[in-house]
Ligand binder design. Sequence first.
Ligand SMILES: [Fe+2]
Ligand SMILES: [Fe+2]
Length: 423
Amino acid sequence: MAEYEKVVKRTYVIDHTPIKMDYLVVGTQLPFDVYTKDKSVYKLTYKKGHKYNHIDRGTLKSKGISEVYVDYEVMDEVNKYKKKTADENPATLSPEKKFEKYTADKENSYYAGRKLLIPGERINFSLHVIRNMEMHDLLAADASNPAEIKIEHIDYDQTIGDIVIKKSDIKHYHNFINTLVKSERHLPGEKILIKNWATIENLKIMMDFLLNSPSNKEVMMRVKAVMSSFVNMVAENLDRIPDLLTKGLNNYFFNVHSVNVAIMATGLALKIGMKPKDAQNLALGALLHDIGISIVPSTIINKLGNLSDNEFQVYKNHVVEGERILQADKSLPDGVAIAAAQHHEKLSKRGYPFKLSADKIKLYGRVTAICDCYDAVTTKKPFRESMSSFEAMALLTKEVDNYDSALIKIFINMMSAINKGPA
Ligand SMILES: [Fe+2]
Ligand SMILES: [Fe+2]
């Protein structure tokens, strides 16, 4: 090799060119070597052929890296790769396309959260993560290739986003939960927590089905059948209701919202001394309060920004539709439909759909309205940051015209009881 070529070659080898880290698309195989720069040294970080995953991306981000490096020689490969992945790369999609993709991904996803995804357990379904309106793979697994959950999948930097599974994997997830409950590998204290979370998760799964097909009689029967054990579970944890709530960091899922509202409403019912049978009926009503939401198009539910007047009219119909569905089901106890019908009414007559006055708003409606408001404002939506628990309670305290102030007092007392019991 001529001396000149040697110099050029050497220059190319040590002289790398930066590309944006965002060009690397999670889930793709990298067709070139990728380097990172540590002080002035280039370090081969991902070899050609490496499948770039969510954890890789998280590692780079946590180090504050926004650019990686490739050899000059492979720039053609880089450009080809960029073109090929343009449709899958959230970083290069237009905002409209990105939102469209996010809505579709979210619709096909079930929010699993972290509570039962215990490190060391093996799963036969894949985990994904939704963060900042982007969905990424977290852990690939199926029946023939089960995988072990590792701590970095679950706790990674706490900024990982919301852990979801594909809805087509719900049955595997359900089996996983049932096996976990029966497992003898956990300590007695852990077993109780697992049992509580399993009760909550199973209700979330049923609500996911029911919100999509609200007239499904079989699922409705199964929901009714578990309400008494659900109320017992809440009663056993009455001094730490906030610990029972699941919450996505980034996304709003109606099944999660429904179960959260049911937990708080049951807690409040028991705190005010409601008889167990009445508390059970209220729990069911609170659980089903948004059952009419399936008539609202997902473009309205997931819309970025405020709804237009017309869109808000369509949205409001979920209340009347919910009441219609629940009243049509003669097997449901009295009062269940009231919780749904009155959950957006306000004592000031400024609620909807009927702007009812205080004397017309029943106890089931009053309790559900408070719990619904609290959960709605403490959950992040694509267009709005969430309030902290403290801010939400301050907001409710100011809304004395709208909500029952005696109930608000007890509610705030109940929700301030954070971390009283064992974690
Ligand atoms: Fe609602
Ligand atoms: Fe709601």
